[in-house]
Design a protein around this ligand. Structure first.
Ligand SMILES: O=C(O)CCC(=O)C(=O)O
Ligand SMILES: [Fe+2]
Length: 254
């Protein structure tokens, strides 16, 4: 076990990148960086020949992570370049994305804004035995913008690898709580959530800096294995940094 981190530094043409995607052993926790000649249209067209399909976000097939003027309403750092804590993407959508691609559309210009990927297979062993047990009996819920509450097991056992991965989320729309019939304690739920954020920080396996990144540089991460966060300790907005965000899931039977 352990993170499989491969970096392919040569500019990869889209057909080769799609070929690589097809071969990726995602059940074993893929985290790869490729420099790709990333053309969104060619990517979506070529995807039909891979085992994957796009899971649209609220923005559509291709969403762009960038600094936007703040609108009125609840504060949401996802439309900024400020920090966003460890999370698994797509808790509000069904099916959940299996793979997350973050692609450099426009390199960053402000130092100190990075994306950190944590290997969640390392989390449970870093907790006390009692907390490990609680985690295995806990659920994580996500309230969609439409007011629907989606609930998942916090710990997911990969049927093929046997790896225990952990889902994380941030903000008020996310809740972590013990399943029915297991020691109910709000304080213990809150403590577990805080400790999970600590162990995630201890389990960072890649810190990706988009300043100086080549256009098309792509981080491919297996979404359930690697919760990720945006770190921006100085709270400085970067008006230039733009990332494409693409979610993929396997098409059954393909
Ligand atoms: O901007 C980043 O570094 C990460 C963004 C992210 O995690 C997301 O948009 O889901
Ligand atoms: Fe994310």
């Amino acid at each position: 076990m352990g993170a499989q981190i491969t970096e392919a530094r040569q500019a990869t043409l889209m057909p080769e990148f799609l070929g690589r995607l097809t071969q990726m052993p995602i059940d074993h926790g893929v985290l790869e960086v490729h420099d790709v000649e990333f053309d969104p249209d060619a990517f979506f067209e070529g995807l039909a020949d891979t085992p994957y399909t796009v899971i649209p976000t609220t923005e559509g097939l291709l969403s762009v992570v960038k600094e936007r003027p703040q609108t009125a309403g609840p504060l949401d750092n996802s439309g900024r370049t400020l920090s966003v804590g460890f999370h698994t993407d797509g808790l509000g959508v069904t099916p959940r994305p299996e793979i997350l691609l973050l692609v450099c559309k426009t390199p960053g210009t402000v130092e100190g804004i990075t994306t950190e990927f944590a290997d969640s297979r390392r989390f449970l062993p870093l907790l006390s035995p009692a907390e490990q047990e609680r985690a295995r009996h806990s659920q994580i819920s996500f309230e969609t913008r439409g007011g629907e509450t989606l609930v998942y097991p916090l710990v997911n056992i990969n049927p093929r690898s046997g790896d225990e991965t952990v889902i994380l989320g941030v903000g008020e729309r996310v809740n972590i709580f013990a399943e029915e019939g297991y020691r109910q304690s709000h304080d213990a739920d809150v403590a577990l959530r805080a400790h999970l954020m600590d162990v995630a920080q201890q389990s960072v396996v890649r810190r990706h800096d988009w300043v100086g990144a080549a256009v098309g540089q792509t981080v491919v991460s297996e979404n359930l294995t690697y919760p990720h966060q945006r770190v921006n300790k100085a709270n400085l907005a970067d008006p230039n940094r733009e990332l494409y965000r693409v979610w993929l899931a396997r098409v059954p039977g393909r």
